[in-house]
Each structure stands twice: as structure tokens, then as C-alpha cells.
Ligand binder design. Structure first.
Ligand SMILES: [Zn+2]
Length: 502
């Protein structure tokens, strides 16, 4: 599978010194950007095409950055024995890709040719790191119908959202693209194979958020009657249900939903048992072919069921020819029906609003996928470019960009990592390319010794990965790069980078 070549419409690059300029990838992107917010070129009255256009532009930039690697290396490779190759190649890589490659990667003699595997992996990891440092504007969905979305969410009863998607790369864009929730309200996005999050770790996350509310009234006072919301995201494939779904659950959507629902119920029960408090939970499914979600709306008692949900593909069709306000009323009614309550039921109104908000946001994404990909993605399967382990990277989101699995040690998530290695191995090794793995940890710079501590953790995790997949490492097809960063700053610091690519 030639991933790069199979991606249609990749824009050409024009290198101007250190800056890289990208042409828009799809026709209509620029005109959609200039179109007034109300005019919906996607054909759905509830689709916010201006947000979609911004997201698409970002996606095109990310796609183009990775798509540039292989053609450049193909051009450089035949010239590797020319005089002064290392210096020329270094300059061309810097001009085209925007980063430096260590000299030893480009130095050749007639008996030791270029290690293209290593060079490729270096370029993929460096591109990903450059995109993190690029610090994209993630505020595209900061408002909803002209109101501050974070405040709206709080007003409807939720002060923090914690999201656990499956580690599958097709959910890489779950926050910004699929759900379009403003990052300001999202306190944690941790991916696990099959979305099987750790209940105890999530309870600790809950405690951190609640402590901050009680001590500093951030984001609101501890006494305010709002809840912490945990959203679990499983996935399935409408095009190829028995093979294209979640690998961790045997591609069985019901099994994936059932296992995740059980975890969500355990988390709620733990909050109740330990703190006598109420957390909110929501089960959401994603069709990875269309990005349409299923929302399992809680009933009056807060209970959800695997078989009771709203399928946004249906809702999309039901509302696409309605006037905008009528379409919104229709969503409200469908959500109330799914919850089994009246549309004016006060007890459930906050959660019902939130379900409607997510459905409406997702309509924009479904419309975007329809407009840009003709209904469903051409690449239904995996085309991830790298594996990210350690702490999650939210700054660079795009479907199928990275297989992300959160862990401090290999032991706690070995199964997750095995799935990621299997996916990338099948994608890259037949093409003679290495598997790029980024070990990424964040630390709080206000805590003395925190940087050293995460640096040790990063080094340990890197060593453990190389040991677990020793035969792949010996074949030179495993490339692990470890970085740490302070808080949410975009600047990354490499840990033992000289050794990593030696
Ligand atoms: Zn999965």
C-alpha cells in the first residue's frame, strides 16, 4: 500500500527559504472560507462551513507536510554518491521540510549507502514535532451559534469534559473534527485500545479537577451544581462492519459499546463510592467511514443502553432539507424521544442539550466528509504515519495521523502497543520503511525535578519498547524518538536524540 501516493489531491509545495507555503488541497476551500457563515455550501442547514473550511485547511497543511517526505527522499536517494551530497541534501531537506537532519544520516561512502529507512523515520518524527511546534489555532469551535461554547457547556451543567477514544488512528481527530468540542473545556483526552480506560486513573483525573474547583474556583466554584463529564468513544465501520471496526473488540460494534458502557458505569460508581458525588458519563460511537456519531442518550435515571442511540447519519438526512430552526427543533425532539422524556423535562435538560450540541457539531463534520470525500473516506482502513506513546498529543489532530496509546510504562499497555506496532508494520515494512514511534511526556515546570522525572520516564519507555520489539529494532525498522515538553507549550525538547538515531 503506497500511502502517500494513494492520497488524492495532495497539494504542491513552494519552498521559500525556511517558510513552506501550501496551496489549498481541495477546490472550494478558499471560497468557502470567504463565504458568509450563514450560506451553507455543504447543503445542510446546520453545517458550519466556515469552521469546516478552517479545519480542512489545517488538514491540508498536515497532509502536505507528510506527503512531501517520500518524493524528496526518492529524489535524493539516487544522488547519494555525488560529491558534497550530505551538504546539498541537508540544505534541500531544510528548504522543503523545514528541519535539520543530523549529518551522520546523510554521510555516505561507496560501501555504506544511505540508510533510507532511518532517514524516513527521522523525517516523519521531525515533521510531526514541527507540526506540534507550529501550534495550530485550536479555537475554531470556540463558539456555538455566536455564544462562547465553553460557557454554554458549563451553563448546561458540565464544568469539564474528559474524553477517551480508542487508540485507533481513525479517531485521531475526535475532539477537533468529529465532536468539535472547544479544547478549553476538555481536561483530558487519553486514548486506549478499545477505549478501555483505567477507572482508577480517571477517578484521579476527576479528583484533580474537583480539587481545583474547591481551592481556586477554576473553572467554577466547587459548590456550583455542575458535573465532570466522561465521554467514551468506541468505533465501527458502516462500509465493512465485520473487518473495519475496532481491532480490540474483534470488529464487533456491540461488544465495543458494551465493554465501554460497563467501564463508564464503573467510573460513575467509583466517584459515588469514594466521594459520594455524581459524575456524568456519555457513550458515543463513531462510524470511521463517514465520521457520523451515535449518541447513546442517557434516560431519566442517567442510564444508557447499547441498543438505544441516535444515529447521526439518519438525523443528518432527516434534517437536511428543513429550515435551520426547524432542524434544531427536530434534533431536540429526537433526543428527548431517545431519552424517553418530554421535550421540556427539566431533570434531563442539561444532558439532552449536550447530546444535541454534539449531534449538531457532528453534522458539520458529516457534511464536510460528504463534500470533500464524496460521502465516505476512500481510505477506510489504516494509513497512520506514526505511533505516539506516553502522554497524548492533542495539538496535531487528523484522522489516521497517529496511533496513540497512553502509558507510563510498556507493561501497563503492552497490548495497546502491540496493536499499534502491528498496524504500522503492515503499512510500512512492505514498503521498506521503518516504524516511527514518538515517546512524548509533559511536565509541570512549576514542580521542582518534574522535567528530570519525565525525562527518565521517557528514556525508560523508549528502552522498554526497543527491548520488547528487539528483532524489529535489530532489523532497523523501529525508530523511537523521545521528547518532553513543559505543560501545553509547543516547544519540544529531545531526550538523548543523538543516541536515538545513531
Ligand atoms: Zn478501536
Amino acid at each position: 500500500v503506497n500511502v502517500v501516493a494513494s492520497r488524492p489531491g495532495v497539494p504542491h509545495r513552494a519552498a521559500r527559504g525556511r517558510r513552506i507555503v501550501f496551496a489549498p488541497r481541495f477546490h472550494g476551500v478558499e471560497s468557502a472560507l470567504q463565504a458568509p457563515r450563514s450560506s451553507s455550501s455543504s447543503g445542510h442547514p446546520l453545517a458550519d462551513d466556515s469552521v469546516s473550511a478552517g479545519l480542512r485547511r489545517r488538514a491540508a497543511e498536515i497532509d502536505a507536510a507528510f506527503a512531501a517526505i517520500e518524493p524528496l527522499l526518492r529524489r535524493l536517494s539516487p544522488r547519494q554518491f555525488e560529491d558534497d551530497f550530505a551538504a546539498r541534501a541537508s540544505a534541500e531537506i531544510r528548504a522543503a521540510l523545514g528541519f535539520d537532519v543530523p549529518a551522520d544520516h546523510l554521510t555516505t561512502t561507496w560501501s555504506t549507502p544511505l540508510d533510507v529507512k532511518a532517514l524516513y523515520a527521522h523525517c516523519v518524527l521531525a515533521t510531526f514535532c514541527r507540526l506540534i511546534e507550529r501550534a495550530f489555532d485550536r479555537g475554531l469551535s470556540a463558539s456555538s451559534d455566536g455564544e462562547n461554547a465553553e460557557e454554554l457547556i458549563r451553563r448546561w451543567g458540565f464544568h469539564a469534559i474528559d474524553i477517551t477514544p480508542c487508540a485507533d488512528g481513525r479517531l485521531s481527530g475526535v475532539v477537533d473534527y468529529i465532536l468539535r468540542v472547544p479544547p478549553a473545556v476538555v481536561v483530558s483526552v487519553k486514548s486506549h485500545a478499545g477505549a478501555m480506560f483505567d477507572v482508577e486513573a480517571t477517578l484521579r483525573q476527576w479528583e484533580v479537577v474537583e480539587l481545583e474547583r474547591w481551592r481556586t474556583s477554576t473553572p467554577n466554584a466547587g459548590t456550583a451544581p455542575t458535573r465532570f463529564l466522561k465521554i467514551g468513544v468506541y468505533h465501527f465501520s458502516s462500509v465493512d462492519p465485520s473487518h473495519g471496526g475496532c481491532a480490540a473488540h474483534g470488529s464487533d460494534a456491540n461488544r465495543a459499546a458494551g465493554a465501554l458502557l460497563e467501564r463508564l458505569e464503573q467510573f460513575e460508581a467509583a466517584v459515588k463510592a469514594i466521594h459520594g458525588s455524581e459524575a456524568a458519563t456519555l457513550l458515543v460511537g463513531v462510524d470511521t467511514d463517514t465520521d457520523a456519531i451515535r449518541v447513546h442518550v442517557p434516560d431519566r435515571a442517567g442510564r444508557m443502553a447499547v441498543a438505544r442511540y441516535i444515529d447521526n447519519r439518519d438525523l443528518f438526512e432527516r434534517t437536511r432539507n428543513l429550515p435551520r430552526e426547524t432542524a434544531k427543533d427536530e434534533i431536540r425532539q429526537v433526543v428527548a424521544d431517545c431519552a424517553g422524556v418530554a421535550a421540556d423535562d427539566a431533570q434531563t435538560e442539561g444532558m439532552r442539550w449536550l447530546c444535541g450540541y454534539l449531534l449538531k457539531n457532528n453534522i458539520s463534520q458529516v457534511a464536510a466528509v460528504q463534500a470533500w470525500h464524496g460521502g465516505s473516506y476512500a481510505d477506510g482502513g489504516h494509513t497512520e504515519r506514526l505511533i505516539v506513546v506516553g502522554d497524548p498529543v492533542d495539538a496535531v489532530q487528523l484522522r489516521n495521523l497517529a496511533f496513540q496509546a497512553q502509558m507510563d510504562t510498556v507493561e501497563e499497555a503492552a497490548g495497546d502497543l502491540d496493536i499499534g506496532i502491528k498496524i504500522l508494520r503492515e503499512l510500512n515494512v512492505p514498503r521498506g520503511l521503518a516504524i516511527p514511534i514518538l515517546v512524548h511526556f509533559q511536565y509541570d515546570s512549576r514542580i521542582p525535578g518534574a522535567r528530570e522525572s519525565v525525562a527518565r520516564r521517557a528514556r525508560r519507555l523508549k528502552d522498554a519498547i526497543l527491548a520488547r520489539y528487539a528483532s524489529l529494532a535489530a532489523q532497523g525498522v523501529l525508530h523511537v524518538h523521545a521528547v518532553v515538553r513543559a505543560g501545553n507549550e509547543s516547544q519540544l525538547a529531545a531526550i538523548e536524540s543523538a543516541e536515538v538515531f545513531a
